[in-house]
Design a protein around this ligand. Structure first.
Ligand code: RET
Length: 133
């Protein structure tokens, strides 16, 4: 199984604005968020993960254990509550965020030195790539 641990810097970000729009994030925040390249810091030990998304604008931290649903508060993003479940399937870390927004979640996988992240909400998919530092 892949080891997601490490520090990763964003190298590309497709359709982020429309993804943020689907979450109802305001225009000012979206315009600032589009300009930044966040860093991901992932700590994985066995089935437990801490993922930090760091940026000059805002930081976001999520902690979970594979297969254990938890209450996620997307504080600082769209400020919603979700019932969140992350599983590992064929090297893909798959997250489902049940709540007010349909079809919400994300997928992480590694390809060489690249960490891929696909973020979904309603009919929008944002594709991000991060490179290992
Ligand atoms: C930023 C800047 C402020 C506005 C928004 C942001 C989006 C953060 C996202 C984080 C996703 C985190 C994940 C964690 C687990 O892997 C960059 C903080 C909206 C979408 C998927």
């Amino acid at each position: 199984p892949p080891d997601f641990s490490g520090t990763w810097n964003m190298v590309s970000n497709e359709n982020f604005d429309r993804y943020m729009q689907s979450l109802g994030i305001d225009l000012i925040t979206r315009n600032l968020a589009k300009l930044i390249k966040p860093q991901k810091i992932i700590e994985q030990s066995g089935d437990s993960f801490v993922i930090r998304t760091l940026s000059s604008l805002r930081n976001y931290r999520v902690q979970f254990t594979l297969g254990q649903e938890f209450d996620e508060d997307t504080k600082g993003l769209d400020n919603r509550k979700c019932k969140t479940l992350v599983t590992l399937d064929n090297g893909h870390l798959i997250c489902v965020q049940k709540g007010e927004k349909k079809n919400r979640g994300w997928k992480h996988w590694i390809n060489g030195d690249d960490l891929h992240l696909e973020l979904s909400c309603e009919d929008q998919v944002c594709k991000q790539v991060y490179r290992r530092v």
